[in-house]
Design a protein around this ligand. Structure first.
Ligand code: FFO
Ligand code: ATP
Length: 216
């Protein structure tokens, strides 16, 4: 039969598949919708947290010290300024020695508090030695004190991309908090070089960090 093409090789698609990833390994097809992005972010968070925890505690402490030096370089004079930090968990850089040094140099420090899931964080002043209590997810939080508004916000990253978009633990807390603050603080993302990724597939709610500091 002249028009029967079934025996002329395999069926062909109307358009060729995309081979962009073969030309450039960094090429990433955009994820179609938020369901895909959320699924991808969940897996990527787990991978990045595991990678961070696989680094020895000694190496993490050394990197944390380097990060503290990088923060001092960016911030400069600390006297009279308030910086919010965080109580480290899951292998995050431990900046508590730097928190102590800020207070010794006439600066002030604060910690974030989860008031409720789906709501912005609040900040309370905290310096080493102040009383802590257990907050949501058992994260230590300052036991007392009025809310404060830090002019410098240090945000620990799970992942970070070249446009400074931050992947966090998935609560959306920092994005909500920065969107709700009455002024824009200087926002510095901190983490390790191993947390750099090609893209976090940024969404309209994601707010990029002003600066990134790692051990490098
Ligand atoms: N050290 C530190 N403190 C911080 C933050 C941080 O990133 N690091 N936060 C920065 O935002 C806030 C806490 N954010 C968190 C967000 C999610 C989970 C968490 O464990 N989520 C569950 C899933 C919960 C759910 O889906 O409802 C999980 O990952 O298993 C923990 C903390 C405030 N304090
Ligand atoms: N300004 C906002 N208003 C309303 N919802 C928001 C806002 N910012 C983030 N969200 C919601 O929070 C959820 C988690 O967001 P995302 O995956 O970006 O979290 P994350 O940045 O990794 O978490 P975190 O800051 O807590 O470490 C999403 O459902 C998102 O829509």
């Amino acid at each position: 039969m002249a028009n029967d093409q079934d025996d002329q090789g395999p069926a062909q698609y109307a358009s060729p598949p995309c081979f962009m990833h073969e030309l450039d390994p960094e090429f990433l097809a955009p994820l179609a919708d938020w369901t895909d992005v959320r699924r991808w972010r969940k897996a990527e968070r787990e991978r990045l947290i595991a990678a961070r925890l696989a680094v020895s505690a000694d190496a993490r402490a050394a990197m944390s010290q380097r990060i503290a030096e990088g923060l001092d370089t960016i911030i400069g004079e600390i006297r009279g300024r308030m910086v919010s930090l965080y109580w480290p968990f899951r292998g995050e850089p431990d900046l508590r020695p730097w928190m102590a040094s800020i207070n010794e140099r006439g600066g002030r420090t604060a910690l974030p508090i989860v008031v409720e899931k789906g709501r912005p964080l609040i900040f309370r002043a905290y310096k080493p030695g102040d009383r802590l209590e257990k907050g949501v997810w058992n994260i230590p939080i300052p036991a007392e004190g009025d809310p404060v508004l830090p002019e410098i916000v240090i945000a620990p990253i799970v992942g970070i991309d070249p446009a400074h978009y931050r992947l966090g633990y998935g609560g959306g807390f920092f994005d909500r908090t920065l969107a709700a603050m009455p002024f824009k603080p200087l926002v510095i993302g901190v983490g390790y070089e191993l947390q750099r990724i090609a893209t976090i597939h940024p969404q309209p709610h994601d707010i990029p960090m002003d600066r990134i500091v790692t051990e490098a």
